[in-house]
Write a protein that binds this ligand. Structure first.
Ligand code: EPZ
Length: 418
């Protein structure tokens, strides 16, 4: 198994181009089931994207990848479609469940493996199924599969989500596009990745409006023959490098981003003492010598994202005093804590809150990644720790970070894959 070897305390400077968003690409790829010919650009070629491509090919899409110019072309002639998403493809990439809504609304039936849990939580899909049932789907669970059908097609409806879910909002949105009549979804997730999905669907010809946390969709059967779409930048990758710059950046420039989408993250880092300069579609960040403590909770957008919680915790270990971060979204997203403590971090967890006592000197160690964002927090810790850090099981990292070590090496970090 591959590992990352990091020699700590080496300042990073230079510029990093932020890749396209994995979490925008995945639902947009699922939405290709509703389309005919699409060309997607600014694609992050990370593991999860390849798994979703494999799933779409299995379903019957014709897909052409051009890695050097980061594009994917999809041709869907809607012939010989297999409305099945098998366990072997969904178990490693939970977002495979996002093909359920489009398959059901387009072909009136779907058999999709239950995604199962993962390291950070049980990851149920009850809210996805709740919404599809409201649109008229008949759903049963058998042998670990969701078996859904809508013989007469789906019908528009008013649906209020009992709690906010990114995936359930996306599945319901995609299903409503092919439903008859109007659907209004209430209490939706409105992450930038969902807004990018909506932009894509509007290009396909669907009439969709967002107001607050409500989304209204006018279903229709006709879509535009051919559309192009440029995937939005990855705000979590950008946030990760913003934190790296605050920790040990001399003058780190992040390019190809939309700073206003990072308002919450930038405010948090500024409150902790980071110096951040905006310039058009790029940000420059300088490390801060005396980081201040902070207390916050993870929230759905526009709050502080759960996907940056592990990374921010590394910054908290370097801030004077007791910082607190409460994980409100997932039930088990502190797996990076025992590994950070082995590097010298002083962290106590009480219920859903981590109390981080700083500033503490971190020492390099051999550590183990457990999930995508925990693994990158260990890389950040390695960048500032004394001596060498070895991060094991970096296949977690490869699911969501494109060219991580290449981008950091270009900024003078001492990091290599072994
Ligand atoms: C998406 O996951 C992201 N994944 C996650 O990013 C991200 O952490 C999460 O949204 C929250 O922002 C993709 O977009 C591919 P949720 P998703 O449904 O849709 C509970 C990463 O690192 N819930 O918003 O699965 C759920 O258990 C990944 O890139 C139900 O109870 O997240 C969780 O506690 C990790 N029933 C909460 O809601 C449901 O039917 C939020 O989950 C669905 C979710």
């Amino acid at each position: 198994m591959q590992k990352l070897l990091i020699k700590g305390k080496k300042e990073i400077s230079g510029s990093i181009s932020i890749s396209g968003s994995k979490n925008a690409t995945l639902p947009i790829l699922a939405a290709s089931i509703l389309a005919q010919k699409i060309k997607l650009s600014n694609i992050p070629f990370v593991k999860d994207i390849f798994t979703m491509i494999e799933l779409l090919k299995f379903i019957g899409m014709k897909i052409k990848i051009e890695r050097k110019n980061k594009t994917i072309q999809i041709n869907n002639n809607h012939k010989n479609i297999n409305t099945l998403a098998p366990y072997r493809l969904v178990k490693t990439m939970r977002a495979g469940v996002l093909v359920l809504g489009p398959l059901l609304t387009k072909y009136k039936k779907a058999k999709v493996s239950l995604p199962g849990g993962c390291a950070i939580g049980s990851r149920p899909v009850d809210l996805h199924l709740f919404a599809l049932k409201k649109l008229g789907a008949k759903i049963k669970i058998k042998d670990g599969y969701i078996i859904a059908e809508a013989k007469k097609g789906l019908k528009g409806s008013k649906i209020r989500f009992p709690s906010i879910s990114v995936g359930a909002t996306e599945n319901a949105l995609l299903a409503a596009c092919g439903a008859e009549g109007r659907t209004i979804l209430f209490n939706c997730a409105i992450e930038p990745e969902i807004q990018d999905l909506i932009l894509f669907l509007k290009k396909l010809g669907f009439k969709i409006k967002i107001s607050g946390r409500s989304i209204s969709i006018q279903g229709n059967k006709l879509v535009k023959k051919k559309i192009n779409h440029h995937i939005i930048f990855d705000r979590i990758e950008a946030g990760t490098y913003l934190i790296a710059g605050t920790l040990i950046g001399r003058k780190l420039i992040l390019k190809q981003i939309k700073p206003k989408i990072l308002k919450c993250e930038i405010n948090v880092l500024k409150k902790m003492g980071a110096k951040i300069i905006f310039k058009g579609n790029s940000l420059t960040i300088f490390k801060s010598s005396n980081l201040k403590k902070i207390s916050l909770s993870t929230k759905p957008f526009p709050g502080f994202p759960t996907d940056l919680q592990a990374q921010l915790m590394v910054l908290m270990t370097q801030s004077k005093g007791v910082s607190k971060i409460r994980e409100n979204i997932f039930e088990n997203r502190f797996m990076h804590v025992p590994e950070l403590k082995r590097m010298g971090a002083k962290i106590v967890i009480k219920n859903k809150t981590a109390f981080v006592y700083g500033a503490s000197k971190l020492a390099g160690a051999e550590v183990m990644a457990t999930d995508l964002r925990a693994s990158v927090s260990l890389v950040l810790a390695g960048l500032i720790a004394e001596n060498r850090t070895i991060v094991n099981r970096i296949y977690h990292l490869d699911r969501g970070y494109e060219f991580l070590e290449k981008k950091l090496k270009k900024c003078k970090a001492k990091i290599k894959r072994i």
